[in-house]
Design a binder for this molecule. Structure first.
Ligand SMILES: NC(=O)c1ccc[n+]([C@@H]2O[C@H](COP(=O)([O-])OP(=O)(O)OC[C@H]3O[C@@H](n4cnc5c(N)ncnc54)[C@H](O)[C@@H]3O)[C@@H](O)[C@H]2O)c1
Length: 289
């Protein structure tokens, strides 16, 4: 079910090796975009680019810490050198290294989130804007339902996402004079490494509570989130800027354990079309880089 909705577009997707980012890269490539899959050297960015190329899409990998401005600039330069321009920047990179009450929350995890959740979006947006001015392109960044309501036992994480919402709204207003749109996607609990006990910092009680707090009674899939990134990044959204699009199964408007009442037709994750191989290999602990 592809429609070339991003035909002739060039996109950078940060955090593109795993989780939601892998789905965005594969979705965008299947819709005709040339994609730069950007992530840490440890992330499967080369693999995702290869998997896209094997299925007839166009993608290259950029391996580096994009919260460092010089790396962000190299990433943008790579897109322009390889594909001639840049139309779309997706600031999807982020980390979720710890779950704890604030009195026990480590300073290390706090600083790690400031760097990877915020500085990365700042550096990439700053580096990309001169190119986006030329193409009248757009930026879509990863917010979160936790940036709207806050999140218990991970208050600093929710804070980084609240920053992202306000940051993108400010950019939307100031960058309109250059023809650049800026929007945010606000995922709820998504089926990636972060929301499973074996692969992320959540315990089983938190996973159960999270699902029950969601009216649809389940996590969203990475592909369901990628579909909304696709709309916002495409020319179908030419009148959308400064918006926060929730993709959260209704969790932001819910109160209490409503998920246990979800209709069975909503409770199964859709199979989707993308062949995702890295959706549970994401970034869930502090690394030394
Ligand atoms: N999974 C969820 O439930 C959920 C909910 C709300 C919002 N989000 C947001 O969606 C985004 C993706 O989350 P995910 O669940 O797919 O996690 P993930 O760990 O699978 O993906 C994030 C990727 O970003 C990369 N990354 C982080 N900092 C980087 C940096 N400085 N340089 C290069 N790469 C970097 C990580 O290594 C990882 O590959 C995040 O911004 C997250 O905050 C996720």
């Amino acid at each position: 079910m592809t429609a070339n909705r991003l035909k002739n577009k060039v996109a950078i997707v940060t955090g593109g090796g795993t989780g939601i980012g892998e789905a965005i890269c594969k979705k965008f490539a299947s819709e005709g975009a040339s994609v730069v899959v950007a992530g840490f050297p440890e992330d499967p960015v080369e693999k995702v680019a290869e998997e896209i190329s094997k299925t007839g899409g166009t993608a290259i990998a950029f391996a580096g810490d994009i919260s460092v401005l010089a790396n962000a600039q190299r990433c943008v330069a790579m897109a322009v050198k390889e594909f001639g321009k840049l139309d779309i920047l997706i600031n999807n990179a982020g980390v979720f290294p710890e779950v704890n009450m604030l009195q026990d929350y480590s300073e290390e995890a706090f600083d790690y989130m400031i760097k990877n959740n915020l500085r990365s979006a700042f550096a990439m947006s700053k580096a990309a804007l001169p190119e986006l001015h030329k193409t009248k392109g757009n930026i879509v960044s990863a917010g979160s339902e936790s940036g709207v309501l806050g999140i218990a036992q991970n208050a600093p994480y929710g804070g980084t996402k609240g920053f992202m919402h306000a940051f993108m709204k400010g950019l939307a207003v100031e960058q309109a004079q250059f023809g650049v749109r800026c929007n945010v996607v606000g995922p709820g609990p998504i089926d990636t490494a972060w929301t499973h006990t074996g692969t992320g910092p959540m315990d089983s009680k938190m996973v159960k509570t999270m699902k029950e707090a969601t009216p649809m009674g389940r996590r969203g899939t990475p592909e369901e989130v990628a579909n909304v990134y696709l709309f916002l990044a495409s020319d179908e959204a030419t009148y959308v800027t400064g918006a926060l699009y929730m993709v959260d199964g209704g969790i932001t408007v819910a109160k209490g354990g409503v998920g246990s009442q979800a209709d069975s037709s909503m409770k199964d994750e859709p199979e989707g079309e993308l062949k995702l191989k890295h959706s549970k290999e994401g970034h869930t602990s502090i690394r030394s880089n």
